[in-house]
Design a protein around this ligand. Structure first.
Ligand SMILES: [Zn+2]
Length: 63
């Protein structure tokens, strides 16, 4: 059985922290600082997102 984890939709990290629990479930990614709803998934999905982010970054040309 695969373990469900919270994944950052922006960078694919699973280093997620709950912030401001009194206003609801707000999560923050400790990796990229993204704040908002997270994706429920597994390690496989996390790796996919990480790969996608790397590819996107590779396409961007630094000025
Ligand atoms: Zn992130």
């Amino acid at each position: 059985m695969k373990k469900s984890i919270l994944i950052c939709p922006r960078c694919g990290s699973d280093r997620i922290e709950v912030v401001l629990p009194h206003i609801g479930s707000t999560y923050e990614c400790r990796e990229c600082g993204y704040r908002g709803p997270m994706i429920m998934g597994d390690r496989e999905l996390a790796e996919k997102l990480k790969t996608r982010k790397r590819e996107q970054e590779g396409e961007e040309q630094p000025i």
